[in-house]
Design a binder for this molecule. Structure first.
Ligand code: SF4
Ligand code: SF4
Length: 382
């Protein structure tokens, strides 16, 4: 057996970069058994944590980019080891300190976010083009709610439909809301998980300055990634807003009778729990309440649901990295959708939307299933 000498310096750097959770791990290996990667390929998570403890992580190995931050392992770990923090620390050493190799496609997205404020590399002045025919006002001081669509909902045509539907719903419920001017930037949640800490701080400060100038107090988001970072991470820099995810808001509007469904819907719908909304925030019931309150809609659950839901494979920067055919979590999840005969897959996350749209196309199933955001389904039923 090869004797390995611990390299304390590397371990110390990982701890400095926020990976101190590595000290908690006692190497039981339960995490490896539940990590979804092991349904697709081999990923020895326990061993990677051990390498981090020993300070012998191979920063050039592509396994350091595998973790999607889905938190399945955290839920099962007997020591509550927050693996995504450790993975973020390893990636910070690569991204910020300069060790190892950054996947080309991730580097490109990082450069786009840094240069123009969105991962798609689209012009900032076109950020609000999605809303130009919708008669929606720009947020001004005193407006009740700032509706903040994510970069994908602003620029990516299939994903944009969720933002258009959200505006339709908010108008029908007579909500006092406005959208930000096109000077806001990416929320930064995923690029932070991918290790670009200083970029996340720059993005957060830009958005926070804009929100402060406008006196924003309440922000409505359609992306669980924006939700997570605005609510749980921006406060690290002093932010303090009320953050609401659309699923929470819609469930409330329906309960209060401010939204009434007038068009019965003949659909067999299943719902995919996004990791950032589910395991990160415990928001499981709201989307199910919304769907089951639509007349005519038949709601069916997939095999793995709620806290056991499979990740779509797009969190923690993986959306911007190549994943070869046969190793895509989105396709594994879509198999579960087809298993129960649903004809509509309902989502509440733009990253899930991008991944599953690609998945149905690469599986040749685009004609068999509709992939829709909950907002689109609600808007159609009003
Ligand atoms: S489940 Fe937790 S304690 Fe066990 S090996 Fe994984 S990280 Fe370590
Ligand atoms: S967070 Fe998810 S992808 Fe990452 S190691 Fe844990 S189970 Fe695997």
């Amino acid at each position: 057996m090869e004797i390995q000498t611990p390299l304390k310096e590397t371990t110390d750097i990982l701890i400095e970069e926020g990976g101190d959770v590595l000290k908690m791990c006692y190497q039981c290996g339960l995490c490896t058994g539940v990590c979804p990667w092991n349904q697709l390929t081999k990923f020895d998570l326990r061993k990677l944590v051990h390498k981090a403890q020993m300070g012998i992580v191979d920063f050039e190995d592509e396994e350091v980019w595998r973790c999607v931050g889905c938190k399945t392992c955290v839920d099962r770990c007997p020591r509550d080891v927050e693996i995504p923090y450790l993975m973020r620390a390893i990636r910070r050493v690569i991204m910020e300190v300069g060790a190892g190799i950054v996947p080309h496609s991730l580097r490109l997205s990082e450069k786009n976010i840094s240069a123009v404020g969105n991962p798609l590399g689209e012009p900032p002045e076109k950020r609000n083009d999605w809303a130009k025919d919708l008669d929606v006002k720009t947020y001004t001081k005193g407006t009740e709610i700032l509706y903040f669509p994510c970069c994908y909902q602003a620029y990516d045509p299939p994903t944009r439909k969720a933002a258009v539907a959200t505006v339709d719903i908010l108008k029908k419920a007579k909500v006092d809301f406005g959208i930000p001017d096109n000077n806001v930037v990416c929320c930064g949640e995923s690029i932070r998980k991918a290790g670009a800490e200083s970029l996340w701080q720059r993005l957060a400060k830009t958005n926070m300055d804009i929100f402060a100038e406008l006196g924003v107090k309440k922000i409505l988001v359609t992306s669980p990634h924006c939700y997570h970072t605005f609510k749980d991470e921006y406060p690290e820099l002093g932010a303090n807003y009320e953050i609401i995810h659309l699923s929470q808001y819609l469930a409330e509007l329906i309960k209060e009778g401010r939204l009434k469904f007038s068009k019965p819907m003949v659909k067999k719908v299943t719902y995919h729990d996004s990791c950032c909304l589910g395991r990160y925030q415990g928001i499981y019931d709201e989307n199910r309440q919304i769907l089951t309150s639509i007349p005519g809609l038949e709601f069916v659950e997939m095999r793995d649901n709620r806290e056991y839901a499979l990740c779509c494979g797009g969190c923690a920067g993986r959306l911007w990295m190549e994943t070869k055919k046969g190793e895509r979590m989105s396709e594994l999840r879509l198999e579960q959708v087809f298993e129960i005969g649903a004809n509509t897959l309902a989502l509440s996350c733009p990253y899930c939307m991008a991944n599953f749209n690609d998945g149905v196309i690469s599986m040749g199933k685009a004609e068999e299933i509709e992939v829709k955001d909950i907002a689109e389904i609600v808007s159609e039923a009003l």
